[in-house]
Design a protein around this ligand. Structure first.
Ligand SMILES: [Zn+2]
Length: 868
C-alpha cells in the first residue's frame, strides 16, 4: 500500500513553483505538418530553487529564459526525463521566492495519434486537406506546450493562433481580436478563467457552422467540415435545451461567454468536454436527415448532454487528481441521462440506463481484478486505464444510489453547495461527501466510502426467516471465489412485496440481519426495487420461484425485471445457482415487449452463445435462442407501424438482428432481399439498415462484401461507414474475414475506426480466433499506431480475447501478454485472463446441466446446427 503510494507520487511535479498564467502563441504549418510555439508562463516561486521542472514530451525546446526581478537567466543545463515526461531547467544559481516569467520557444509535430496537437484530414471539393485539433485529457497538453500538466495546477490562459487566412480557428474563449496578413491571420482569444491544462483546446480547420442562442442568451455553435453543417442542427437544438437545463438544475450559470461544439473527422474517444470548445467524433454529433437512425440520435443527445454536464462537473470544479476521476465522469454519466430524460421523456432513458450503465458497472466490478472507484494512479498509462466502466458507470450508479437515498432536493442542494464552494478550484471525493453531509445531516461518507474505497460490490442473500427476511452480504465475484479480506458494505436497501408493493427501506451495516416483514406464504418479495442500490441479490429457491411467477406479467417494473435476469446469469456464472435455473427464468420472458428488457435478454443469450459456441450441443442452444427471438421479431416486422415510437424502432432492429443471427431463415432472406433492392438503387430506412447489412454479411459471400465496401466508399457520413464496418465483422467465411481484417488496416479505414472493426470480428465465436491471430501478427504495427494516449483504442484489440473459453486459448493469450509487456494495459490484461479462466470454470461446472436443460425442452426440436 505504502509502496504503491510512493511510486504514484513520483509522477507529480514539486509544488515549489506554481503557474499563474500562460501566454501561448501557436503556429501550425499544414504543409510540413509541424507547429511552433512561443510561450510565456507567469510563475509564483514559493520556495527559492535552482531548477524548474515542467511536463513536456515530444517537443523540441529551442529557447528558454527566466526573467526574475528584471534580470535574465538562461539554464545551464536542460534535461528531459522520458519516463516522467518532464523537462528540467537548471539555472546554476538559486532563484529567489516570488514572481518570475519563464519564456520558451518550441517545435512539435502535428501527429497522427489523435493526442496532443494532432492532424485531421478531410476533403474539400475532392481535394484532401489538413486541419489540426487538440486532445489533452488526460496527460497530453504536455505534447503541445511545456506546462504543469496536472489537474490541480489551474491557471489562466491567453492564446494566440497564427493560421492560414481561410481556415477557422477556435479555442475555449471568444475571439478578442484578429490581425490579418497577406495569407495568414493572427487570432487572439480572450483570457480564460482559472482552469486545468487538460481542458485547454484549439481547433484549426476548414469549418462551417450553425449558431443559436440558448434561453439564457449563451451563443452556441455547432461546427462541421465544409458541406456538413446541416447535420449539426439536431445537436445544436439539443445543446440549446441542455445547457439552460443544467444552469437551472445546478443553480449555477454556464461560466463562459460562449459554447462551441466541433465534429472532428479523426477522434480517438467519443467526445471531449474542453471548456467552451467541446470536440466530438462525427458520429457523436452529426445527424443526417435521410440517413441517420433513431439510435444515432439518441447517442448524440446522450453524448452532448454528458459533455455539457462536464462544463460544471469537471470544468468549473475539477478533481484534485485522477484518483478522483469519477467526480468528473461519474457525474457527467449521471447528469447526462437526467437532461436527456427531461428533453426526450418518451425515450424512457432511465430504464435504458439500468440495462446499460448499471449492468456494465456490475459486470466490470464483478471481476477480482477490478479497482476501487477512488484509485491511486501515477504514470500516464495508469491514468489512461481508469477511464473505464468503474469511473463512468459505477461512479454514475453510486450517484444514483445517493440521490435515491437523499431524495432529489437534498441531493441537488448538496451539489449546489459543493459547486459553489469549489468554483474554479479542485476537489477530492471527501469534499463532496462533506458538502452533502452539511446539507443533509446524514452519514454520507460512511455509506459511500464503502462503495468508493473498496473494489467490487456485495451480493445480498435473501431468505425467509421467522417474522420476516434474513439478509446477509458478501462480495460478489464472477469466478465464484471468496475475497479473503471479507469486506463489508454499508447498504441502504429497499424491499417491496406482493401485499405492499411500496418499497420500505432498511440499512445493512453488518454481515447479516433479519428484517421484520409480515409475509404471507407464497407471496413474492423483491429486494432493491427499481435497482436504486448497487449490489446483486440472490434469492432462496422458494423466493425465486415466486418472482418467476410474476416476471412474465406487468407486476414488476421493467428495471426490476431486467436486473433479475442479469443477476440470475451472473449468479449462475459464479456458481451460486445452476445455469439451468437462470435459463428457466430467462425462458419466462418470452412475451416481453420492452426494448431495455430485450436488450438484456439479448446480452444474456449472447453471453451463452459465446460460452457454448464450440460445444457439441451448440445446435440446441441456437434452436432455443432462435425460437425465443423469432415470434417477437416476426410480430414487430420490418417496417415502421403507425404509433411506433422511439423504443419500438430500436427494438425492431435488435429483434431482427438477433432472430437473424440465430438463423431465422425468413428474416435473413428478407434482409437479403432488401439489401439487393438497396444496392440496385432503392431506398432503405436507416433504422433497419444495420440489421439488413449485418444479416446480409452473416449470410453472404464475396458479392455482399464488395457491395458493402462500395456503400462504405461512396458515403461521407461516418455513421453509415460505421454501420458498414460493424456489418463487415459479421462474415462467417474465414477467407472473407481475413480479407476484412486486412482492410481494417488499409488507408480507407481511419485509425479511429480500425479497432472497432477488429474487436467486432473478435466479439463472436466464429471470428474470434481469426481476429486474435491478426492482432498478434500485426501487434508491432498496432502498437506503433496507438501507443501513447490511444490506450482506449489499443485495449479494444486486447479485450475481446476475454471471450475465449478453453485452456489452450488461455495459455496462448497469457503467453502473448507476457511477451508484449510494452503495451501497458496491465489491469486490462489481468481482467482478460480472469474472464477466460472464469468461463473455463463455468463450463466445467455446468456444461452438463446446460445440455440437459436444453435437451429437456420438449418444444425445442433438435435441429443440426448446419440447417438453422
Ligand atoms: Zn466524460
Amino acid at each position: 500500500m505504502r509502496q504503491r503510494r510512493l511510486s504514484a507520487n513520483r509522477y507529480r511535479l514539486l509544488r515549489t513553483v506554481e503557474p499563474l498564467h500562460y501566454h501561448l502563441i501557436i503556429t501550425p504549418d499544414f504543409s510540413s505538418l509541424r507547429f511552433s510555439g512561443v510561450e510565456q508562463v507567469s510563475l509564483l516561486i514559493k520556495k527559492s530553487t535552482s531548477q524548474i521542472t515542467l511536463h513536456s514530451v515530444g517537443l523540441k525546446i529551442s529557447k528558454v529564459c527566466l526573467v526574475v526581478n528584471g534580470g535574465n537567466l538562461t539554464p545551464q543545463c536542460t534535461s528531459f526525463d522520458k519516463k516522467l515526461e518532464t523537462v528540467t531547467f537548471k539555472f546554476g544559481k538559486r532563484v529567489p521566492a516570488g514572481e518570475a516569467e519563464l519564456f520558451l520557444s518550441f517545435f512539435g509535430e502535428l501527429n497522427d495519434k489523435m493526442h496532443g496537437f494532432y492532424r485531421t484530414s478531410y476533403e474539400v471539393n475532392g481535394e484532401k486537406k489538413w486541419g489540426g485539433a487538440t486532445q489533452f485529457e488526460a496527460t497530453d497538453a504536455r505534447r503541445a506546450f511545456p506546462c504543469f500538466d496536472e489537474p490541480d495546477r489551474k491557471a489562466t490562459f491567453s492564446l494566440e493562433l497564427i493560421v492560414p487566412k481561410e481556415k477557422t480557428a477556435l479555442s475555449n474563449m471568444p475571439v478578442g481580436s484578429v490581425e490579418e496578413g497577406h495569407d495568414i491571420k493572427m487570432v487572439r482569444y480572450q483570457k480564460t478563467p482559472p482552469m486545468s491544462t487538460y481542458l485547454l483546446a484549439w481547433v484549426v480547420a476548414d469549418l462551417e457552422c450553425f449558431e443559436a442562442l440558448d434561453k439564457n442568451r449563451v451563443p452556441i455553435r455547432v461546427w462541421t467540415t465544409l458541406g456538413k453543417k446541416e447535420q449539426g442542427r439536431f445537436a445544436l437544438d439539443t445543446a440549446c435545451r441542455v445547457l439552460p437545463y443544467f444552469a437551472e438544475w445546478f443553480g449555477v450559470p454556464y461560466a463562459l461567454p460562449k459554447l462551441d461544439m466541433v465534429a472532428l473527422p479523426d477522434f480517438a474517444a467519443g467526445a471531449m468536454e474542453n471548456w467552451g470548445l467541446v470536440t466530438y467524433r462525427e458520429t457523436a454529433l452529426l445527424i443526417d436527415r435521410d440517413n441517420s437512425s433513431q439510435a444515432a440520435k439518441q447517442r448524440v443527445a446522450e453524448i452532448v448532454s454528458h459533455e455539457l454536464a462536464h462544463q460544471w462537473f469537471g470544468n468549473y470544479v475539477t478533481m484534485k487528481w485522477w484518483t478522483h476521476l469519477w467526480l468528473n465522469e461519474g457525474f457527467a454519466s449521471y447528469m447526462g441521462p437526467k437532461a436527456v430524460n427531461h428533453i426526450f421523456p418518451d425515450w424512457d432513458i432511465w430504464t435504458q440506463y439500468v440495462a446499460d450503465d448499471y449492468c456494465s458497472a456490475l459486470h466490470l466490478d464483478g471481476l477480482k481484478n477490478t479497482h476501487p472507484v477512488e484509485v491511486g494512479v501515477g504514470d500516464p498509462r495508469e491514468i489512461s486505464e481508469v477511464f473505464d466502466a468503474i469511473s463512468y458507470s459505477k461512479g454514475s450508479v453510486i450517484n444514483r444510489m445517493l440521490e435515491h437515498y437523499l431524495g432529489e432536493e437534498l441531493f441537488r442542494r448538496g451539489l449546489r453547495h459543493y459547486l459553489t464552494r469549489y468554483a474554479y478550484k479542485n476537489a477530492a471525493t471527501d469534499d463532496l461527501w462533506k458538502a452533502l453531509e452539511e446539507v443533509s445531516g446524514k452519514p454520507i461518507k460512511e455509506i459511500m466510502a464503502s462503495f468508493t474505497r473498496q473494489p467490487g460490490y456485495p451480493v445480498l442473500k435473501v431468505q425467509r426467516a421467522r417474522g420476516g427476511l434474513r439478509i446477509s452480504q458478501e462480495r460478489f465475484i464472477f469466478d465464484g471465489s471468496k475475497d479473503k479480506k471479507d469486506p463489508l458494505w454499508k447498504v441502504p436497501f429497499g424491499v417491496a412485496y406482493e401485499s405492499d408493493p411500496e418499497p420500505i427501506f432498511f440499512y445493512l451495516d453488518r454481515r447479516s440481519t433479519t428484517i421484520p416483514l409480515e409475509l404471507d406464504d407464497g407471496e413474492w418479495v423483491k429486494v432493491n426495487p427499481d435497482q436504486s442500490g448497487f449490489y446483486r441479490v440472490s434469492y432462496a429457491p422458494e423466493l425465486m420461484g415466486e418472482l418467476k411467477r410474476v416476471v412474465g406479467t406487468q407486476t414488476l417494473s421493467k428495471v426490476d425485471k431486467l436486473e433479475l435476469l442479469d443477476d440470475a446469469l451472473a449468479l449462475a456464472k459464479a456458481g451460486l445457482v445452476k445455469t439451468s435455473d437462470a435459463l428457466g427464468l430467462l425462458a419466462s420472458y418470452s412475451k416481453e415487449e420492452d426494448f431495455s428488457v430485450w436488450s438484456v435478454l439479448a446480452a444474456s443469450l449472447g453471453t451463452l452463445d459465446n460460452l457454448l459456441g464450440r460445444e457439441a450441443f451448440y445446435g440446441s442452444f441456437v434452436v432455443f435462442a432462435k425460437e425465443f427471438f423469432t415470434p417477437a421479431a416476426r410480430l414487430i416486422g420490418w417496417d415502421k407501424k403507425p404509433g411506433d415510437g422511439h423504443l419500438e424502432v430500436m427494438l425492431r432492429s435488435l429483434l431482427l438482428l438477433n432472430a437473424g443471427w440465430y438463423g431465422d431463415r425468413k428474416i435473413t432472406e428478407e434482409a437479403q432481399r432488401r439489401f439487393q433492392e438497396f444496392v440496385a438503387g432503392g431506398t432503405l430506412n436507416p433504422d433497419i439498415r444495420q440489421a439488413v447489412y449485418t444479416l446480409s454479411a452473416e449470410n453472404g459471400g464475396g458479392e455482399e462484401l464488395e457491395a458493402l465496401l462500395k456503400i462504405y466508399d461512396s458515403t461521407d457520413l461516418q455513421e453509415e461507414k460505421m454501420r458498414v464496418l460493424r456489418s463487415l465483422a459479421g462474415f462467417r467465411d474465414g477467407q472473407l474475414l481475413r480479407q476484412v481484417l486486412q482492410f481494417s488496416l488499409s488507408e480507407r479505414v481511419r485509425a479511429q475506426d480500425t479497432p472497432i472493426l477488429i474487436a467486432g470480428i473478435g466479439s463472436h465465436s466464429v471470428g474470434r480466433s481469426a481476429a486474435w491471430d491478426f492482432v498478434k501478427r500485426n501487434w508491432k504495427k498496432l502498437l506503433g499506431r496507438y501507443e501513447g494516449s490511444g490506450l482506449g483504442l489499443l485495449s479494444m484489440m486486447v479485450e475481446f480475447a476475454a471471450g475465449f473459453s478453453s485452456e489452450e486459448e488461455l495459455r496462448d493469450v497469457a503467453a502473448f501478454f507476457r511477451k508484449e509487456r510494452r503495451m501497458g494495459l496491465d489491469r486490462t490484461k489481468r481482467q482478460v485472463l480472469e474472464s477466460i479462466r472464469s468461463k473455463i470454470k463455468w463450463l466445467r461446472r455446468d456444461r452438463q446441466d446446460i445440455e440437459e436443460w436444453l435437451r429437456s425442452r420438449a418444444d425445442y426440436k433438435l435441429v443440426p446446427f448446419g440447417n438453422r
